[in-house]
Each structure stands twice: as structure tokens, then as C-alpha cells.
Write a protein that binds this ligand. Structure first.
Ligand code: SF4
Length: 190
């Protein structure tokens, strides 16, 4: 049975894919390990790689600001990580081979956190965690429940919201739906 100490130790020393050669830090997690709500992005960017924490650059600040509007605070009531734990060079999408090498860590994190709600940040995470043909422009904000019973949805990645502010109203609507789902299925978040 996985435990946090063992999982963290294995992940921090990981050499399973070529991203190990170019990373500064393995970016394992932020937030609360006993949270009911889990956010998952695709991989660390430059600031995350330098600081060893997910979503700490401009996109991360925007995400934290948006989540604060629905009462979510990484210091209090959500957990956040990525599909791959090491930064892809020049912020390219993580390759399928890199995702395949790394996904086991995320699966162990999900087993340990046992969230009630999982929110994918962007297309790559949604294709991995909801369905391979997920279309973020059409299917953001929709809810899916797979065999494990976790409620899953996806919103635009914060980097996409920085590039295209016209997407923000859709995301605020999605966040209101997430708040409603939290009220429906979570007991400790609010
Ligand atoms: S991205 Fe994942 S699999 Fe690849 S070296 Fe980093 S921790 Fe290991």
C-alpha cells in the first residue's frame, strides 16, 4: 500500500523519462493532502520548475484569484498537482511517452487523497483523466463520473486564460458550477 513518504521519495528521485535531465526540481504537489477537491494540470512551467511548486507563475496567480472567488484556497481546502512532475523544455506539451512514464505517481496521489471532485486544468489533463477525445472548447464545465465515482470536470488552463481573456466568462460559469458541485457532494470543503 502506498504511503505519502514513500511516494514522495520515489518521485523526487525519479529518472523514468528524459525530463529528468532538464528539470531543476521535481514538482510534486501543493495544497492539502486530505482535500475533497483536486486540481490537475499538465506539467510544470518555468517558475514551477524553479520553485518546486505547481501553479506559482502568472497563471498560478490567476488561478488562485479565481478559486478564491468560490472559497477555495490552496492553504486550506484543495490539492493540486500535474500529469507530469518535471518541466517539459520550452513549455511544450508533455509527450505521451512522458505522460505514460509519470502517470503512476498521479494515480497513487489520487488513491491517497481520494478526492470527491477532480478538476482538470486544460485539454491535456482532461484527455488523460476524463476521455482521450476530450474537446476543451466544447466540453469544459461538463461533468463526468467514471468507475471510481470521482466527479470530474475540466476548465481552461490558466495560461489559456492569460492568452485569451475572452475565455474568462466561460470559466467563471464553470467555477460557479464547481462551487455548486462541492456543496452537493463534499462535506468538509466549505
Ligand atoms: S516527468 Fe515524471 S516520470 Fe519523468 S522523470 Fe519526472 S517524475 Fe519521473
Amino acid at each position: 500500500m502506498t504511503n505519502w513518504e514513500d511516494l514522495h521519495r520515489r518521485c523526487m528521485a525519479c529518472q523514468r523519462c528524459a525530463l529528468a535531465d532538464t528539470r531543476t526540481n521535481v514538482v510534486f504537489e501543493a495544497g492539502h493532502r486530505d482535500a475533497e477537491v483536486m486540481f490537475v494540470g499538465e506539467g510544470p512551467g518555468e517558475n514551477e520548475d524553479l520553485q518546486g511548486e505547481p501553479f506559482v507563475g502568472r497563471g498560478g496567480q490567476l488561478l488562485d484569484e479565481m478559486l478564491s472567488l468560490i472559497g477555495l484556497d490552496r492553504k486550506k481546502n484543495f490539492y493540486i498537482t500535474n500529469i507530469v512532475k518535471c518541466r517539459p523544455p520550452k513549455n511544450r506539451d508533455p509527450l505521451n511517452t512522458e505522460q505514460d512514464a509519470c502517470i503512476g505517481y498521479l494515480e497513487e496521489q489520487i488513491d491517497l487523497v481520494r478526492p470527491k471532485i477532480m478538476v482538470c486544468l486544460g485539454r491535456i489533463a482532461a484527455m488523460r483523466l476524463i476521455k482521450p477525445d476530450f474537446k476543451i472548447t466544447k466540453e469544459h464545465g461538463q461533468w463526468f463520473q467514471l468507475d471510481d465515482g470521482i466527479w470530474r470536470t475540466a476548465i481552461y488552463h490558466p495560461a489559456a486564460l492569460l492568452r485569451d481573456p475572452d475565455k474568462r466568462p466561460d470559466t467563471f460559469a464553470d467555477l460557479r458550477a464547481i462551487r455548486a458541485k462541492i456543496r452537493e457532494v463534499c462535506t468538509r470543503t466549505y
